[in-house]
Design a protein around this ligand. Sequence first.
Ligand SMILES: Nc1nc2c(ncn2[C@@H]2O[C@H](COP(=O)(O)OP(=O)(O)OP(=O)(O)O)[C@@H](O)[C@H]2O)c(=O)[nH]1
Ligand SMILES: [Mg+2]
Length: 184
Amino acid sequence: MPREYKLLFAGAMGAGKTTAIAAISDHAPVRTEALNSDRSQHGKALTTVGFDYGEIALDGGDRLRLYGMPGQDRFSFMWKVASEGALGVVVLADNSRPDPLADLSLYVESFRALADCGAMVIGIGRLGEGSTSVETYAAWLASQGLSLPVFTIDVRRRDDVLLLLDALLYQIEAHKMLANAGHA
Ligand SMILES: Nc1nc2c(ncn2[C@@H]2O[C@H](COP(=O)(O)OP(=O)(O)OP(=O)(O)O)[C@@H](O)[C@H]2O)c(=O)[nH]1
Ligand SMILES: [Mg+2]
């Protein structure tokens, strides 16, 4: 019986959730973008106001269902709805934003149950355009009692986004094995 796994992409406005899903989906993703009326948060023309949706078929008929969250804070109520039944979440950070650790904190708290069971991976984009180092992100996560994979990525590059998914699935599997062995 083929199985389906729901994965989420979260992150601040303009961090690249829509771009990342488009880079890896087997077919052109469903997008729900509208004209961006919130130019104070980000200068781009379009912003997601519902969900992005893409799919990846795995060997053996299993399927990854990819859901991109709307980035604007005013849609945060949708993040909770979407996390129901999710296997894991990819959090995209944009290092060029004014306070990327505050952004990360918002998403870690919003998806805390997934973070706590290792079902979260962090991809940092535009690293060179900001002053927060990868070590600072990792140290902040450690200060929250979290040990999660952190990568620097470019959301426009398919291989970078696939690396995030591989790491996420690996980490989820590892946590499950530890839990079964009574260590987590
Ligand atoms: N120049 C440059 N552009 C980038 C880089 N990373 C991402 N982008 C661009 O940044 C934009 C990200 O936009 P989206 O994918 O719409 O972001 P989003 O997270 O879906 O945003 P919302 O739906 O509004 O929350 C795209 O135009 C990407 O091509 C980078 O490293 N350099
Ligand atoms: Mg989007």
